[in-house]
Design a protein around this ligand. Structure first.
Ligand code: TYD
Ligand code: MG
Length: 486
Protein backbone atom coordinates (compact mmCIF):
# COMPACT_ATOMS: atom_id res chain seq x y z
CA UNK A 1 0.00 0.00 0.00
CA UNK A 2 1.28 3.44 -0.84
CA UNK A 3 2.17 5.60 2.17
CA UNK A 4 -0.23 8.43 2.94
CA UNK A 5 1.08 11.68 1.54
CA UNK A 6 -0.80 13.82 4.01
CA UNK A 7 -1.12 14.01 7.76
CA UNK A 8 -3.76 15.54 10.02
CA UNK A 9 -2.06 18.06 12.25
CA UNK A 10 -3.62 19.97 15.15
CA UNK A 11 -2.97 23.67 14.55
CA UNK A 12 -3.06 24.39 18.23
CA UNK A 13 -0.61 21.87 19.68
CA UNK A 14 1.01 20.25 16.65
CA UNK A 15 -0.16 16.69 17.41
CA UNK A 16 -0.41 14.44 14.35
CA UNK A 17 -3.49 12.25 13.87
CA UNK A 18 -4.17 9.42 11.46
CA UNK A 19 -7.51 10.85 10.29
CA UNK A 20 -9.53 14.00 10.58
CA UNK A 21 -11.55 14.45 13.72
CA UNK A 22 -13.47 17.29 15.30
CA UNK A 23 -11.51 17.41 18.51
CA UNK A 24 -7.79 17.03 19.09
CA UNK A 25 -7.26 14.32 21.69
CA UNK A 26 -3.88 15.74 22.64
CA UNK A 27 -4.92 19.25 23.66
CA UNK A 28 -8.71 19.04 23.67
CA UNK A 29 -9.14 21.89 21.16
CA UNK A 30 -12.06 21.74 18.73
CA UNK A 31 -11.86 22.24 15.00
CA UNK A 32 -8.12 22.65 14.88
CA UNK A 33 -7.13 19.63 12.83
CA UNK A 34 -6.02 20.39 9.30
CA UNK A 35 -4.77 18.11 6.58
CA UNK A 36 -1.17 18.91 5.68
CA UNK A 37 1.29 17.44 3.23
CA UNK A 38 3.58 14.99 4.95
CA UNK A 39 7.17 16.08 4.51
CA UNK A 40 9.75 13.32 4.47
CA UNK A 41 13.32 14.33 5.26
CA UNK A 42 15.68 13.92 2.33
CA UNK A 43 18.51 11.48 2.92
CA UNK A 44 21.98 13.04 2.91
CA UNK A 45 23.69 13.12 -0.45
CA UNK A 46 26.97 11.14 -0.67
CA UNK A 47 28.87 14.45 -0.77
CA UNK A 48 27.27 15.72 2.40
CA UNK A 49 27.87 12.40 4.13
CA UNK A 50 31.55 12.61 3.24
CA UNK A 51 31.71 16.16 4.61
CA UNK A 52 30.24 15.06 7.93
CA UNK A 53 33.00 12.46 8.53
CA UNK A 54 35.54 13.06 11.31
CA UNK A 55 34.92 14.57 14.77
CA UNK A 56 33.12 17.65 13.37
CA UNK A 57 31.86 18.66 16.78
CA UNK A 58 34.24 20.26 19.25
CA UNK A 59 33.32 19.80 22.90
CA UNK A 60 34.09 22.41 25.54
CA UNK A 61 34.22 22.61 29.33
CA UNK A 62 31.47 24.05 31.46
CA UNK A 63 33.78 26.69 32.95
CA UNK A 64 34.22 28.80 29.85
CA UNK A 65 35.23 32.44 30.05
CA UNK A 66 32.48 34.28 31.88
CA UNK A 67 31.46 37.21 29.77
CA UNK A 68 28.16 38.97 30.10
CA UNK A 69 26.48 38.73 26.71
CA UNK A 70 26.56 42.10 24.95
CA UNK A 71 23.15 43.73 24.91
CA UNK A 72 21.52 46.11 22.50
CA UNK A 73 19.39 48.76 24.14
CA UNK A 74 16.30 50.07 22.41
CA UNK A 75 15.99 53.01 24.76
CA UNK A 76 12.43 52.01 25.67
CA UNK A 77 13.15 51.28 29.30
CA UNK A 78 10.13 49.12 30.03
CA UNK A 79 10.84 46.95 26.99
CA UNK A 80 14.55 46.62 27.70
CA UNK A 81 13.90 45.66 31.29
CA UNK A 82 11.53 42.85 30.40
CA UNK A 83 14.19 41.56 28.02
CA UNK A 84 16.57 41.41 30.98
CA UNK A 85 18.35 44.73 30.46
CA UNK A 86 18.51 44.84 26.68
CA UNK A 87 18.52 42.50 23.71
CA UNK A 88 21.19 39.82 23.61
CA UNK A 89 23.06 39.41 20.32
CA UNK A 90 22.28 36.26 18.32
CA UNK A 91 19.07 35.63 20.17
CA UNK A 92 15.48 35.15 19.12
CA UNK A 93 12.48 36.61 20.91
CA UNK A 94 8.83 35.82 20.35
CA UNK A 95 6.33 38.55 21.18
CA UNK A 96 2.85 37.07 21.47
CA UNK A 97 -0.53 38.59 22.13
CA UNK A 98 -4.10 39.00 20.96
CA UNK A 99 -4.58 40.66 17.58
CA UNK A 100 -4.93 44.43 17.91
CA UNK A 101 -3.39 44.65 21.33
CA UNK A 102 -0.44 46.74 20.09
CA UNK A 103 2.41 44.37 19.24
CA UNK A 104 3.24 46.09 15.96
CA UNK A 105 3.08 49.48 17.64
CA UNK A 106 5.42 48.40 20.44
CA UNK A 107 7.96 46.82 18.12
CA UNK A 108 7.93 49.70 15.69
CA UNK A 109 8.73 52.00 18.59
CA UNK A 110 11.43 49.65 19.86
CA UNK A 111 13.05 49.28 16.45
CA UNK A 112 12.97 53.05 15.93
CA UNK A 113 14.54 53.57 19.33
CA UNK A 114 17.27 51.07 18.55
CA UNK A 115 17.93 52.55 15.11
CA UNK A 116 18.26 56.01 16.60
CA UNK A 117 20.94 54.65 18.89
CA UNK A 118 22.95 53.52 15.90
CA UNK A 119 21.81 49.89 15.84
CA UNK A 120 21.36 48.63 12.31
CA UNK A 121 17.69 47.69 12.28
CA UNK A 122 15.27 46.09 9.87
CA UNK A 123 11.48 45.80 10.12
CA UNK A 124 9.76 43.28 7.89
CA UNK A 125 5.99 43.53 7.86
CA UNK A 126 4.01 40.62 6.54
CA UNK A 127 0.67 42.06 7.54
CA UNK A 128 0.69 45.71 6.67
CA UNK A 129 1.67 47.51 3.51
CA UNK A 130 4.71 49.79 3.62
CA UNK A 131 2.53 52.89 3.41
CA UNK A 132 0.51 51.73 6.40
CA UNK A 133 3.61 51.26 8.54
CA UNK A 134 4.99 54.62 7.39
CA UNK A 135 1.72 56.29 8.22
CA UNK A 136 1.77 54.81 11.68
CA UNK A 137 5.40 55.85 12.20
CA UNK A 138 4.51 59.40 11.16
CA UNK A 139 1.62 59.48 13.62
CA UNK A 140 3.95 58.36 16.37
CA UNK A 141 6.60 60.90 15.36
CA UNK A 142 9.32 58.32 14.76
CA UNK A 143 9.44 58.46 10.96
CA UNK A 144 12.92 59.96 10.95
CA UNK A 145 14.51 56.93 12.65
CA UNK A 146 16.86 55.10 10.21
CA UNK A 147 14.88 51.85 10.14
CA UNK A 148 14.96 49.76 6.97
CA UNK A 149 11.39 48.79 6.21
CA UNK A 150 10.06 46.06 3.94
CA UNK A 151 6.76 44.29 3.35
CA UNK A 152 7.24 40.64 2.43
CA UNK A 153 5.90 37.22 3.36
CA UNK A 154 8.07 34.81 1.38
CA UNK A 155 10.68 33.36 3.72
CA UNK A 156 13.37 32.85 1.09
CA UNK A 157 13.18 36.49 -0.03
CA UNK A 158 13.35 37.69 3.57
CA UNK A 159 16.33 35.48 4.39
CA UNK A 160 18.22 36.65 1.29
CA UNK A 161 17.57 40.26 2.21
CA UNK A 162 18.68 39.70 5.80
CA UNK A 163 21.84 37.91 4.69
CA UNK A 164 22.61 40.82 2.42
CA UNK A 165 21.71 43.53 4.93
CA UNK A 166 23.26 41.87 8.01
CA UNK A 167 21.21 43.86 10.52
CA UNK A 168 21.87 43.81 14.26
CA UNK A 169 18.15 43.81 14.95
CA UNK A 170 15.44 42.31 12.76
CA UNK A 171 11.71 42.35 13.45
CA UNK A 172 9.41 40.01 11.55
CA UNK A 173 5.72 40.84 11.96
CA UNK A 174 4.13 38.29 12.04
CA UNK A 175 5.32 34.70 11.92
CA UNK A 176 1.83 33.54 10.91
CA UNK A 177 1.95 35.39 7.60
CA UNK A 178 5.21 33.85 6.40
CA UNK A 179 5.48 30.94 4.01
CA UNK A 180 8.33 28.95 2.60
CA UNK A 181 8.45 27.47 -0.89
CA UNK A 182 9.71 24.18 0.45
CA UNK A 183 6.28 23.39 1.90
CA UNK A 184 2.90 23.26 0.22
CA UNK A 185 0.91 23.93 3.39
CA UNK A 186 -0.91 27.25 3.72
CA UNK A 187 0.70 30.16 5.62
CA UNK A 188 -0.22 30.05 9.30
CA UNK A 189 -0.29 26.26 9.53
CA UNK A 190 1.88 24.54 12.08
CA UNK A 191 4.24 23.21 9.42
CA UNK A 192 4.76 26.66 7.86
CA UNK A 193 5.07 28.53 11.14
CA UNK A 194 7.54 26.02 12.50
CA UNK A 195 9.66 25.85 9.36
CA UNK A 196 9.82 29.64 8.92
CA UNK A 197 10.61 30.26 12.57
CA UNK A 198 13.28 27.58 12.49
CA UNK A 199 15.03 29.07 9.46
CA UNK A 200 14.88 32.62 10.82
CA UNK A 201 16.20 31.59 14.22
CA UNK A 202 19.02 29.67 12.55
CA UNK A 203 19.92 32.78 10.62
CA UNK A 204 19.88 34.90 13.80
CA UNK A 205 22.22 32.50 15.63
CA UNK A 206 24.62 32.38 12.74
CA UNK A 207 24.67 36.07 11.88
CA UNK A 208 24.57 37.37 15.46
CA UNK A 209 21.34 39.22 14.78
CA UNK A 210 18.67 39.86 17.38
CA UNK A 211 15.50 38.46 15.88
CA UNK A 212 12.08 39.46 17.17
CA UNK A 213 9.14 37.46 15.89
CA UNK A 214 5.57 38.58 16.36
CA UNK A 215 2.96 35.86 16.94
CA UNK A 216 -0.78 36.14 17.33
CA UNK A 217 -2.42 34.08 20.01
CA UNK A 218 -6.05 33.35 19.37
CA UNK A 219 -8.15 31.74 22.04
CA UNK A 220 -9.97 29.43 19.62
CA UNK A 221 -6.66 28.09 18.36
CA UNK A 222 -7.61 28.42 14.69
CA UNK A 223 -4.25 29.88 13.77
CA UNK A 224 -1.15 27.94 14.67
CA UNK A 225 -0.41 29.10 18.16
CA UNK A 226 3.04 30.50 18.86
CA UNK A 227 3.27 27.55 21.22
CA UNK A 228 4.88 25.57 18.43
CA UNK A 229 7.58 28.24 18.22
CA UNK A 230 8.20 28.72 21.92
CA UNK A 231 10.89 26.10 22.24
CA UNK A 232 12.79 27.51 19.27
CA UNK A 233 13.30 30.95 20.72
CA UNK A 234 15.33 32.27 23.67
CA UNK A 235 12.62 34.45 25.11
CA UNK A 236 8.85 34.60 24.96
CA UNK A 237 7.19 37.86 25.85
CA UNK A 238 3.47 38.32 26.09
CA UNK A 239 1.79 41.63 25.37
CA UNK A 240 -1.51 41.80 27.15
CA UNK A 241 -4.19 44.14 28.37
CA UNK A 242 -7.88 44.78 28.19
CA UNK A 243 -8.75 46.47 24.97
CA UNK A 244 -11.19 48.68 26.81
CA UNK A 245 -8.36 49.99 28.97
CA UNK A 246 -5.52 52.11 27.78
CA UNK A 247 -2.67 50.39 29.43
CA UNK A 248 -0.80 47.32 28.24
CA UNK A 249 1.56 44.98 30.01
CA UNK A 250 4.54 43.25 28.50
CA UNK A 251 5.23 40.10 30.49
CA UNK A 252 8.22 37.78 30.24
CA UNK A 253 7.08 34.15 30.05
CA UNK A 254 10.40 32.60 29.19
CA UNK A 255 13.80 34.26 29.07
CA UNK A 256 17.19 32.62 28.78
CA UNK A 257 18.91 35.92 29.52
CA UNK A 258 16.86 37.48 32.29
CA UNK A 259 14.14 37.08 34.86
CA UNK A 260 10.83 35.69 33.64
CA UNK A 261 8.48 37.40 36.03
CA UNK A 262 9.31 40.93 34.91
CA UNK A 263 6.67 43.24 33.52
CA UNK A 264 6.77 46.43 31.50
CA UNK A 265 3.81 48.77 31.67
CA UNK A 266 2.68 50.98 28.81
CA UNK A 267 -0.20 53.27 28.08
CA UNK A 268 -1.72 53.34 24.59
CA UNK A 269 -2.32 56.86 23.39
CA UNK A 270 -2.82 58.74 20.14
CA UNK A 271 0.90 58.78 19.47
CA UNK A 272 1.65 55.15 20.26
CA UNK A 273 2.69 53.57 23.52
CA UNK A 274 3.93 55.63 26.41
CA UNK A 275 6.06 54.07 29.13
CA UNK A 276 4.54 53.99 32.59
CA UNK A 277 7.45 54.08 34.99
CA UNK A 278 5.32 54.24 38.12
CA UNK A 279 2.54 51.69 37.58
CA UNK A 280 1.12 52.07 41.09
CA UNK A 281 0.08 55.60 40.28
CA UNK A 282 -1.73 54.34 37.20
CA UNK A 283 -3.58 51.52 38.91
CA UNK A 284 -4.59 53.69 41.85
CA UNK A 285 -5.66 56.56 39.62
CA UNK A 286 -9.06 58.04 40.37
CA UNK A 287 -9.13 56.45 43.77
CA UNK A 288 -11.21 58.62 46.00
CA UNK A 289 -11.74 58.10 49.69
CA UNK A 290 -11.87 54.57 51.10
CA UNK A 291 -15.15 52.77 50.33
CA UNK A 292 -16.55 49.44 51.51
CA UNK A 293 -15.32 46.60 49.33
CA UNK A 294 -12.27 48.46 48.09
CA UNK A 295 -8.81 47.45 49.26
CA UNK A 296 -5.34 48.40 48.10
CA UNK A 297 -3.11 45.40 47.56
CA UNK A 298 0.65 45.89 47.81
CA UNK A 299 1.87 43.43 45.20
CA UNK A 300 5.10 42.59 43.44
CA UNK A 301 5.12 42.32 39.67
CA UNK A 302 8.46 41.01 38.50
CA UNK A 303 11.06 42.94 40.41
CA UNK A 304 8.85 45.92 41.09
CA UNK A 305 6.32 46.58 43.80
CA UNK A 306 2.95 47.64 42.39
CA UNK A 307 -0.01 48.89 44.36
CA UNK A 308 -3.36 47.99 42.90
CA UNK A 309 -6.94 48.35 44.04
CA UNK A 310 -9.07 45.25 44.55
CA UNK A 311 -12.82 45.75 44.55
CA UNK A 312 -15.45 43.35 45.83
CA UNK A 313 -19.21 43.41 45.87
CA UNK A 314 -21.44 40.99 47.76
CA UNK A 315 -25.05 41.55 46.77
CA UNK A 316 -28.01 39.37 47.81
CA UNK A 317 -28.77 36.66 45.26
CA UNK A 318 -32.10 37.31 43.67
CA UNK A 319 -32.53 34.07 41.80
CA UNK A 320 -31.03 30.58 41.78
CA UNK A 321 -27.47 29.72 42.68
CA UNK A 322 -25.27 32.63 43.77
CA UNK A 323 -22.97 34.02 41.12
CA UNK A 324 -19.22 34.36 41.44
CA UNK A 325 -17.61 36.62 38.87
CA UNK A 326 -13.92 37.50 38.82
CA UNK A 327 -11.95 39.89 36.66
CA UNK A 328 -8.17 39.95 36.99
CA UNK A 329 -7.83 37.13 39.48
CA UNK A 330 -8.18 33.36 39.64
CA UNK A 331 -11.77 32.13 40.10
CA UNK A 332 -10.62 28.96 41.87
CA UNK A 333 -8.61 31.02 44.32
CA UNK A 334 -11.66 33.18 45.02
CA UNK A 335 -13.71 30.05 45.75
CA UNK A 336 -11.00 28.98 48.16
CA UNK A 337 -10.93 32.30 50.01
CA UNK A 338 -14.74 32.29 50.25
CA UNK A 339 -14.64 28.76 51.65
CA UNK A 340 -12.03 29.77 54.24
CA UNK A 341 -14.06 32.81 55.29
CA UNK A 342 -17.21 30.70 55.56
CA UNK A 343 -15.63 27.79 57.41
CA UNK A 344 -13.08 29.53 59.65
CA UNK A 345 -14.88 32.79 60.37
CA UNK A 346 -18.52 31.79 59.98
CA UNK A 347 -19.21 34.42 57.34
CA UNK A 348 -22.15 33.63 55.09
CA UNK A 349 -21.56 34.28 51.41
CA UNK A 350 -24.01 31.50 50.49
CA UNK A 351 -26.92 33.77 49.70
CA UNK A 352 -24.88 36.39 47.94
CA UNK A 353 -23.56 37.05 44.48
CA UNK A 354 -19.88 37.83 44.77
CA UNK A 355 -18.08 40.02 42.25
CA UNK A 356 -14.35 40.63 42.40
CA UNK A 357 -12.50 43.07 40.21
CA UNK A 358 -8.86 44.10 39.98
CA UNK A 359 -8.99 47.76 39.04
CA UNK A 360 -7.44 48.91 35.79
CA UNK A 361 -7.53 45.47 34.17
CA UNK A 362 -4.33 44.13 35.74
CA UNK A 363 -4.13 40.37 36.17
CA UNK A 364 -2.78 39.31 39.55
CA UNK A 365 -1.23 35.88 39.94
CA UNK A 366 0.48 36.24 43.32
CA UNK A 367 -0.92 34.26 46.28
CA UNK A 368 0.04 37.31 48.34
CA UNK A 369 -3.20 38.89 47.14
CA UNK A 370 -5.26 36.43 49.23
CA UNK A 371 -5.40 38.67 52.27
CA UNK A 372 -6.33 41.72 50.23
CA UNK A 373 -9.09 39.78 48.47
CA UNK A 374 -10.37 38.48 51.80
CA UNK A 375 -10.28 42.04 53.18
CA UNK A 376 -12.26 43.32 50.19
CA UNK A 377 -14.84 40.56 50.63
CA UNK A 378 -15.22 41.15 54.37
CA UNK A 379 -15.39 44.88 53.85
CA UNK A 380 -18.07 44.42 51.18
CA UNK A 381 -20.09 41.95 53.25
CA UNK A 382 -20.18 44.13 56.37
CA UNK A 383 -20.33 47.36 54.41
CA UNK A 384 -17.41 48.74 56.40
CA UNK A 385 -14.54 50.56 54.72
CA UNK A 386 -10.96 49.75 55.62
CA UNK A 387 -8.95 52.50 57.25
CA UNK A 388 -8.00 55.07 54.67
CA UNK A 389 -4.43 54.93 53.37
CA UNK A 390 -4.11 51.23 54.25
CA UNK A 391 -2.45 48.51 52.15
CA UNK A 392 -2.93 44.76 52.56
CA UNK A 393 -0.89 41.69 51.60
CA UNK A 394 -0.48 38.07 52.75
CA UNK A 395 -1.23 34.52 51.72
CA UNK A 396 -4.12 32.62 53.32
CA UNK A 397 -3.84 28.89 54.02
CA UNK A 398 -6.85 26.57 54.07
CA UNK A 399 -6.53 26.49 57.85
CA UNK A 400 -7.25 30.21 57.89
CA UNK A 401 -3.69 31.04 58.92
CA UNK A 402 -2.07 33.97 57.19
CA UNK A 403 1.31 33.09 55.76
CA UNK A 404 4.24 35.43 55.21
CA UNK A 405 5.07 36.51 51.67
CA UNK A 406 8.29 37.56 50.00
CA UNK A 407 9.64 41.09 49.87
CA UNK A 408 7.48 42.63 52.54
CA UNK A 409 9.92 45.53 52.84
CA UNK A 410 9.69 46.45 49.18
CA UNK A 411 5.90 46.39 49.35
CA UNK A 412 5.88 48.63 52.41
CA UNK A 413 8.37 51.08 50.89
CA UNK A 414 6.21 51.45 47.81
CA UNK A 415 3.16 52.00 49.99
CA UNK A 416 4.99 54.67 51.96
CA UNK A 417 6.15 56.34 48.76
CA UNK A 418 2.56 56.70 47.65
CA UNK A 419 1.38 58.14 50.91
CA UNK A 420 -0.06 55.08 52.63
CA UNK A 421 0.32 55.04 56.38
CA UNK A 422 -1.01 51.63 57.46
CA UNK A 423 -0.59 48.01 56.47
CA UNK A 424 -2.36 44.75 57.26
CA UNK A 425 0.29 42.09 56.85
CA UNK A 426 1.33 38.59 57.93
CA UNK A 427 3.88 37.76 60.56
CA UNK A 428 7.18 37.81 58.67
CA UNK A 429 9.14 34.63 58.14
CA UNK A 430 12.64 36.05 58.05
CA UNK A 431 13.96 37.44 61.31
CA UNK A 432 15.66 40.46 59.76
CA UNK A 433 12.69 41.77 57.87
CA UNK A 434 11.09 44.89 59.15
CA UNK A 435 7.72 43.22 59.49
CA UNK A 436 9.14 40.61 61.82
CA UNK A 437 10.94 43.17 63.95
CA UNK A 438 7.65 44.92 64.22
CA UNK A 439 5.88 41.73 65.24
CA UNK A 440 8.41 41.27 68.03
CA UNK A 441 7.96 44.85 69.17
CA UNK A 442 4.23 44.17 69.28
CA UNK A 443 4.76 41.19 71.59
CA UNK A 444 2.09 38.56 72.10
CA UNK A 445 -0.81 40.60 70.96
CA UNK A 446 0.50 42.84 68.22
CA UNK A 447 -1.50 45.94 67.53
CA UNK A 448 -0.61 49.04 65.62
CA UNK A 449 3.11 49.70 65.91
CA UNK A 450 5.26 52.02 63.88
CA UNK A 451 7.67 49.99 61.73
CA UNK A 452 11.11 50.99 60.47
CA UNK A 453 9.45 52.55 57.46
CA UNK A 454 6.83 55.15 58.12
CA UNK A 455 3.94 52.74 57.69
CA UNK A 456 2.14 51.41 60.74
CA UNK A 457 1.88 47.63 60.63
CA UNK A 458 -0.91 45.52 61.95
CA UNK A 459 -0.04 41.84 61.98
CA UNK A 460 -2.87 39.59 60.83
CA UNK A 461 -2.25 36.01 61.98
CA UNK A 462 -5.51 34.38 60.89
CA UNK A 463 -8.50 35.13 58.70
CA UNK A 464 -10.52 35.69 61.88
CA UNK A 465 -8.00 38.38 62.90
CA UNK A 466 -8.73 40.11 59.64
CA UNK A 467 -12.46 40.14 60.34
CA UNK A 468 -11.74 41.68 63.74
CA UNK A 469 -9.35 44.22 62.24
CA UNK A 470 -11.93 45.40 59.72
CA UNK A 471 -15.14 45.25 61.70
CA UNK A 472 -13.64 46.07 65.08
CA UNK A 473 -15.60 43.24 66.71
CA UNK A 474 -14.14 40.02 68.11
CA UNK A 475 -16.38 37.51 66.36
CA UNK A 476 -18.94 39.39 64.38
CA UNK A 477 -19.53 36.69 61.78
CA UNK A 478 -22.88 34.90 62.19
CA UNK A 479 -24.33 37.55 64.51
CA UNK A 480 -23.79 40.48 62.23
CA UNK A 481 -25.07 38.48 59.34
CA UNK A 482 -28.30 37.40 60.95
CA UNK A 483 -28.94 41.01 61.94
CA UNK A 484 -28.30 42.13 58.41
CA UNK A 485 -30.51 39.51 56.87
CA UNK A 486 -33.48 40.22 59.07
P1 TYD B 1 -1.31 47.09 16.59
O1 TYD B 1 0.06 47.46 17.03
O2 TYD B 1 -1.60 47.14 15.14
O3 TYD B 1 -1.77 45.69 17.17
P2 TYD B 1 -1.20 44.23 16.83
O4 TYD B 1 0.04 44.39 16.04
O5 TYD B 1 -0.97 43.60 18.18
O6 TYD B 1 -2.28 43.52 16.10
O7 TYD B 1 -2.28 48.07 17.40
C1 TYD B 1 -3.53 48.27 16.96
C2 TYD B 1 -4.35 49.06 17.93
O8 TYD B 1 -3.65 50.08 18.59
C3 TYD B 1 -5.45 49.70 17.18
O9 TYD B 1 -6.66 49.30 17.75
C4 TYD B 1 -5.23 51.16 17.31
C5 TYD B 1 -4.35 51.30 18.49
N1 TYD B 1 -3.40 52.42 18.38
C6 TYD B 1 -3.59 53.55 19.15
O10 TYD B 1 -4.54 53.65 19.93
N2 TYD B 1 -2.69 54.58 19.06
C7 TYD B 1 -1.63 54.53 18.22
O11 TYD B 1 -0.85 55.49 18.17
C8 TYD B 1 -1.46 53.37 17.42
C9 TYD B 1 -0.31 53.26 16.48
C10 TYD B 1 -2.35 52.34 17.54
MG1 MG C 1 0.25 43.89 14.03
Amino acid sequence: MAKAQTAFVCQSCGAVHARWQGRCEACGAWNTIVEEARETPQSLSPGARARSKGPGLAFENLDGIAVAPPRLVSGIGEFDRVCGGGLVEASAILVGGDPGIGKSTLLLQAVAGAARRGIKSVYVSGEEAIAQVQDRARRMGIEKAPVKLAAETRLETILDALKHEKPQLAIVDSIQTLWTETLTAAPGTVAQVRACAHELVRFAKKAGTVLILVGHVTKDGQIAGPRVVEHLVDAVLQFEGERSHHFRILRGLKNRFGPTDEIGVFEMGDAGLREVTNPSQLFLDNRGQARPGSVVFAGIEGTRPVLVEIQALASPTSFGAPRRAVVGWDATRLAMILAVLETRCGLGFGGRDVYLNVAGGLKITEPAADLAVAAALISALFDVALPEECVVFGEIALSGDVRPVSRADARLKEAEKLGFTQAFLPRAASANSSASKMAKAGGQNPRLVAGPVGVKHRVIATAADLVTAITGEENPGPKALSEQDE
